[in-house]
Ligand binder design. Structure first.
Ligand code: GLN
Length: 301
């Protein structure tokens, strides 16, 4: 390459290394988390390279169109758009999932719900195939993680949002799981009408943030993520009330229910469940940060 004018020393020319240095300090000056890593992820995306390939091509200069593409990604991040929406992808349970602004970005703590569900499923006898429902599936993260690990069962997943269901279906196609997951549009109550009933397990990560807290969340969340997937109304517990009032219609006697909750909601959700009178065997597991995150209960036999 030496002698080639692309590599001619030229301080005005943007190379990968220079751009990464610039991006890290620019993102940092705008208080963006992990500025160096963010710059790398966005540059790799703009150049359609793997992140590691940036390191192998530090001195490569950028074409005008590449520079323009990268700058527009940086501008979106400075505007607080989450990296997952900029890339259109988020990894969950080692699955690459398409995420659009119609769906909540899957969170690492939701993997605890998947773990708890898989642990229960591993105790079921291998046949017959069980019926499992994911209520309010969003991107499909939970149901796809379960189906990818335990493909012998039958899965249903509901969401009120049709664009969210479309994203979830695309994710199922992407991971070749369409044949074992049926998606349908429904709210909490109609998802559990008797004709859809008799589930061995129901899982859900419903909206659980109190409305007044939503305003105080980071702009990444409250400006960009679908409010309907986060807003648990006045005290954050409204969806739990709706789910617990009706979910027993859909669960087989002895069936398992797993719900993701906010870190301070265990007692309240337990109380709601207890007052309904249909559930027992209540327990709660913590997430990797030590916060209460997943509640379990069983439909009384
Ligand atoms: N865990 C999400 C957050 O803190 C909230 C998810 C939800 O409401 N189900 O942003």
């Amino acid at each position: 390459m030496s002698g080639n004018n692309l590599t001619k020393p030229d301080s005005t020319r943007w190379t990968i290394i220079k751009l990464l240095q610039w991006a890290a300090s620019y993102l940092k000056s705008h208080d963006i988390d992990s500025p160096r890593a963010t710059g790398e992820i966005l540059l790799a995306h703009a150049l359609k390279l793997e992140r590691i390939e940036l390191y192998l091509n530090f001195d490569q200069p950028l074409r005008g169109d590449e520079l323009k593409a990268f700058k527009s990604l940086i501008k979106r991040r400075i505007g607080r758009e989450p990296v997952a929406y900029i890339l259109g992808l988020k990894e969950f349970w080692s699955l690459d999932l398409e995420v659009t602004r119609d769906v909540l970005i899957p969170r690492p703590e939701t993997e605890c719900l998947v773990e708890a569900a898989l642990e229960l499923l591993s105790k079921y006898s291998p046949s017959p195939a069980r019926r499992i429902l994911d209520l309010g599936t969003g991107s499909g993260a939970i149901v796809l993680a379960l189906a990818s690990q335990q493909p012998q069962h039958t899965y249903l997943a509901s969401d009120l949002s049709v664009p969210a269901l479309e994203a979830a279906r695309r994710n199922a196609r992407r991971h070749d799981l369409c044949d074992i997951i049926q998606f349908f549009a429904a709210d909490w109550l109609t998802a559990l009408r008797p004709e859809k009933s008799a589930f061995d397990m129901i899982v859900s990560n419903p909206p659980y943030i109190p409305s007044r807290v939503l305003q105080s969340l980071q702009p990444e969340i409250n400006r960009y993520e679908p409010i309907a997937a986060l807003d648990g109304e006045e005290d954050g517990l409204e969806c739990f009330r709706k789910i617990l009032k009706s979910v027993h219609h859909g669960l087989k006697p002895g069936g398992d229910l797993l719900l993701e909750i906010g870190h301070d909601q265990q007692d309240a959700v337990h109380r709601i469940a207890f007052e309904c009178g249909y559930y027992d065997d209540f327990s709660c597991t913590k997430d990797y940060s030590g916060h209460d995150r997943v509640v379990y209960m069983r439909r009384k036999g």
